[in-house]
Design a protein around this ligand. Structure first.
Ligand SMILES: *Cc1c(COP(=O)(O)O)cnc(C)c1O
Length: 491
């Protein structure tokens, strides 16, 4: 399988796409085509374990990797999870929850970021890379810790994570500040996620920066969902959830289902779209946003406008106004006409906005519907699901649940639906308790209280956070990020 850039560059191998993270022309790598799985292949995957399903689907895209190596990688990555990496729970006859938060950092980013380091090490070997790989990550909260865990002490890699010092939850911040490993660096910034992301993108595009890193013995790569190696592992859980439900005989092979997906950088739900292109019977993909509803306007009005107020919400991992992966969807919308993508991305860069024909979206991307949920309704959704089903959602997953409920109110769609649950409620205990009890409790008190009022077990790593040393407390201004990185690496 060959990879091409959304902005026109042609002909990279999977290992090259993964190692570089972003194409030289600034575009995002996509596969030349989408392999389609036959019904027989889907049947074959039903009895297999998650890591085997993953290796099978990966092997369709990562054709320059040895399939046996892929199996070793997925086995190692998913052994770090607490049981099944992607279990499906039933709420009622029409509704399921796909839990993606049983990895080392209790958010769905672990699904890809436990695997990406293996894919990267494999790529370095294949391409005979001598210099070190520097992973630069901008995070809205969860990617940072998951990447730090994944890349900790990985041979040949050094990692720098940049996060908004005031824009993540208390638990997320502690998780990053206490990160261990000889090769990890963490920088807090006085700014929001979009500031962090645009700085990282600028560094990737700067020849000067690249030369300076090269002189220090590094070449750059990304662990953000712009990296193909982040997206491809995410395709797997859509298949896996479907196969699990078929396995219970509640649907027949070929019946369509819906997925409601909490969305920020559009990486999670884009993987669902790719799964559909590969033949997975998906009816609707529900794009669930929080108050930062730039994607809702894109799908409903054809208007992508990042010139708007930025809200800090209780679902911080979706507090994003520039959704990088939408570029990959636009590429499909315009039948892979890269010139139009270059045009739109220039508009985005200079005007922070672009417009597309909403009728074209409806005609060609008809599997998408989009809803957003404000803060009050997020709290309501947590409370409602807890009352009705004795199930506790984190605020991100609650945004997903609420979008599904709104969609059902608007339509008479009877397809069974899966809420993609992206984080453990223990990452956001203060907000979850506020939703359930109407009181504000902070920090580890909130963790204990949540354990008392729900009977969900406290994840081990959350328990430990209280006693770990804060190793990374640096906070800098936006303008200082690049110099700070050089300094950290020189140490
Ligand atoms: C990152 C994240 C999301 C959004 O995923 P995208 O790929 O950015 O759309 C949703 N929920 C949680 C908990 C996350 O960490």
């Amino acid at each position: 399988m060959e990879y091409i850039s959304t902005r026109g560059e042609y002909g990279a191998k999977a290992s090259e796409a993964i190692l570089q993270g972003i194409a030289k022309d600034g575009g995002l790598y996509v596969p030349l085509s989408f392999p389609v799985l036959t019904k027989a292949e889907l049947e074959y995957l039903i009895p297999l374990e998650y890591y085997e399903r993953s290796a099978y689907i990966l092997s369709k895209f990562l054709t320059d990797y040895d399939p046996e190596d892929l199996k070793t990688y997925t086995k190692k990555a998913y052994a770090r999870f607490d049981g099944d990496p992607a279990p499906v729970l039933k709420l009622d006859d029409e509704t399921y929850v796909l839990e993606l938060f049983h990895g080392p950092t209790y958010a769905f980013k672990d699904i890809a970021l436990t695997l990406l380091p293996h894919l990267l090490v494999g790529a370095r070997k294949q391409l005979n890379v001598k210099e070190k790989t520097l992973i630069l990550v901008a995070t809205s909260g969860d990617t940072g810790k998951a990447a730090l865990e994944g890349f900790k002490d990985v041979e040949g890699a050094e990692i720098v994570v940049i996060y908004p010092a005031d824009g993540v939850s208390e638990m997320q911040k502690l998780q990053m500040q206490t990160a261990e490993g000889k090769n990890v660096h963490v920088i807090g910034i006085n700014g929001n996620f979009d500031d962090a992301q645009s700085t990282v993108k600028r560094i990737f595009g700067s020849e000067e920066a690249k030369e300076r890193f090269a002189s220090m013995g590094y070449s750059l790569s990304s662990a953000n969902s712009i990296n193909w190696g982040r997206l491809v592992p995410q395709i797997v859980y859509y298949f896996s959830a479907y196969l699990d439900i078929v396995g219970t005989d509640e649907i027949k092979m070929g019946d369509k289902i819906n997925f409601s997906v909490p969305t920020g950088n559009f990486g999670n739900i884009l993987a669902g779209y790719y799964a559909k292109r590969m033949g997975l019977p998906i009816n609707k993909l529900i794009v669930a946003s929080n108050q930062n509803n730039v994607l809702t306007d894109f799908f409903n009005k054809g208007e992508y406008n990042a010139n708007r107020e930025f809200y800090k919400t209780m679902s911080p991992s979706m507090d994003i106004l520039v959704s990088s992966n939408l570029e990959r969807l636009l590429f499909e919308l315009y039948d892979r006409d890269f010139e139009r993508i270059v045009e739109l991305m220039e508009k985005l860069q200079y005007d922070k906005a672009y417009y597309v024909d909403v009728e074209e979206i409806e005609a060609k991307l008809s599997e998408f519907v989009a809803y957003y949920t404000n803060e009050a309704d997020t709290l309501e959704a947590i409370k409602y699901v807890n009352l009705m089903f004795n199930y506790t959602l984190d605020p991100h997953s609650a945004v997903g649940a609420n979008a599904l409920y709104m969609y059902r109110d608007d339509t008479d769609d009877k397809h069974k639906s899966v809420i993609v649950s992206t984080a453990s409620p223990y990452k956001f205990p203060t907000d979850v308790i506020y939703a359930l009890e109407g009181v504000k409790v902070d920090g580890f008190k909130a963790v204990k209280e949540l354990n008392e009022i729900t009977d969900v077990e406290i994840p081990k790593q959350i328990k430990e956070l209280d006693s770990l040393e804060k190793r990374h407390t640096l906070v800098v201004d936006n303008s200082e990020i690049e110099e700070t990185i050089y300094k950290l690496l020189e140490k």
